[in-house]
Write a protein that binds this ligand. Sequence first.
Ligand SMILES: [Zn+2]
Length: 397
Amino acid sequence: MVLKAFKLRLYPNKAQRNQILVNFGCVRFVWNQMLNMQIERHKNNKDAKYQNHFAMNNMLKALKLEFPWLKQADSTSLQNINRDLDDAFQRFFNPKLKNGFPKFKSKKNATQSYTTKLVNNNIQIIDKHHFKLPKLGLVYFRAGRLLQGKIKSVTIRINSQNQYEASVLVESENQAFNKTGKVVGIDLGLKDLIITSDGHKETIFKADEEINRKLKIWERKKSRRYELAKQAMAFDKHDKVLVPRTDLKQFPRYQQAKRTVAKLKRYIVNQRKDKLHKLTTKLVKKYDVIVVENLNAKNMMQNHHLAKAIANASWGMLVTLLEYKCAWYGKTLIIVDPENTSRICFECKQKNHEFDNLSQSEWLATREWICPNCYAHLDRDINASKNILAKGLATLN
Ligand SMILES: [Zn+2]
């Protein structure tokens, strides 16, 4: 387990901004009350024992009874301020540190902040741009890299430009992978999902036949039941029945088929996801720099096959996964324009103009070629991935 610190920008809505201000106030109030209590105790009895943060947390209950509005605050933030005060006292008690006596906090202090801590799932990452925080609910944020793992604490503050910021402490199993000194270019293909510049190919994921067969059967059932339901509704209308069926929801057999199809599709998608996760982790572990082509240009390739649709989905996900895993594991991902990467000879860097007159299908069918300039014998995809790598490395200098 490693702890990672993230800094991110928060975009709270109006109600959330109010709640944040309430929290600042409550936290400040508790700090001042507890500090005052410690001072008064000492004044009354020089031998009175100092109260540590556990003792102060116990006093919180009484404080909340006396000042019920404290219940508006995120309770973990109140406990956290007790710990901060305890730390301040410990530093003061330590003669080596020469820290001054803890000071009262004022509204006029430059930095207002509060810290919320993970207790019973009160903090959750929802997606790339949202997390759930106690008392605030779903908060929108923007971070430079993907927030992943288990959030241990979040400190919210308003900076000098009046922006809302958060420092987030995340616990995760991930660590940066060791540097290997290896670089790779990756060509994305239809038959092979990826072809690397060192000649490695990975076939595109296909669901096993049993699942595909089941899916086909249920898709057929679904469309048949859909037609039957439509007919039944038309008959009801035509026969002017008392309570005509008008909604597909009234046809349980159709609904059942619909659910089964969705379930099977979800299963296949999850299998594909799982495979892509394993593949991308392997790549990020093995290489320090990974260069892939920009997908937008690739999508313009015309081909209305199912295989193409699957490839599209896989490519998109592959690049997304590589993007965040590279950031996460301390590796580099470079995305380059794929223009001409398949048509230039990697050996002599000359473009093969013999390709200019080929039709789309002829061009796609060309798996290997011999360079008319230097006579190198080239595998179309490996040659492309080598060019992609060279293009990417060129941008590094
Ligand atoms: Zn050549």
